[in-house]
Design a protein around this ligand. Structure first.
Ligand code: SIN
Ligand code: FE2
Length: 204
């Protein structure tokens, strides 16, 4: 689909290690939390945190939304590391900085159902995704829930840009290939995958 770009190996191994070091600092300040589905309160299988001025959260009462503070500590999200801002400059083709970086931790059994990222005000900016750790089977379709989908294995260091016509494409993660990466070493017991999604939330 036009505007959907897959960039395998965008981050080399050394950049991946630098990003893991930055993430350790972010998670120390803003621990992973378990988001819950609106209305039902069912927990996601993915744990989340954020960095940047805004963060994406979800719970039974408030539903999907962006807010400036961590839902459990009430502290502001840590700043976005420079290397993420640089990745956005290189790949987004959008003139304003991202406001939110959602950090998703997939344990080996975690997955994410097909959905669209539509809680932002500005769909002119793409969503930029960076993958670290275990490989994921990522599925992407069109802008309706029905239509055909394709799947691609996202490995550590790969980037995906959902922009243009693909900005509102359905996408999700079918499964994680447990143990496919050694990137996290002794951080994150049980390993798994971390996916970062950078978004512009408000209209500049
Ligand atoms: C997401 O849709 O928020 C995450 C996608 C991914 O994990 O690759
Ligand atoms: Fe998404």
């Amino acid at each position: 689909m036009p505007g959907c770009r897959y960039v395998p190996g965008f981050l080399d191994r050394s950049a991946q290690h630098d990003l893991v070091a930055a993430l350790r600092g972010i998670v120390a300040e803003a621990p992973f939390f378990t988001p819950r589905m609106p209305r039902t309160g069912k927990p996601f299988s993915v744990a989340m945190t954020n960095c940047g001025p805004l963060g994406w959260v979800s719970d039974r009462e408030g539903g999907y939304r962006y807010q400036a503070s961590h839902p459990e500590t009430d502290r502001p999200w840590p700043p976005m590391p420079d290397m993420l801002l640089e990745a956005w400059r290189l790949l987004s083709a959008y003139p304003h900085p991202p406001e939110a970086c959602l950090v998703n931790h997939y344990r080996p059994a975690a997955k994410m159902g097909l959905h669209r990222d539509e809680d932002e005000e500005d769909f002119a900016a793409p969503v930029l995704s960076l993958s670290l750790g275990d490989t994921a089977v990522f599925r992407v379709g069109g802008t309706t829930r029905k239509g055909p989908t394709r799947s691609v294995k996202l490995e550590s260091g790969d980037a995906v840009v959902l922009g243009g016509d693909s900005r509102l494409a359905y996408h999700g993660v079918d499964r994680i290939l447990a143990g496919s990466s050694t990137l996290f070493g002794d951080w994150l017991p049980g390993g798994g995958r971390i996916n970062l999604t950078l978004r512009r939330v408000t209209r500049p």
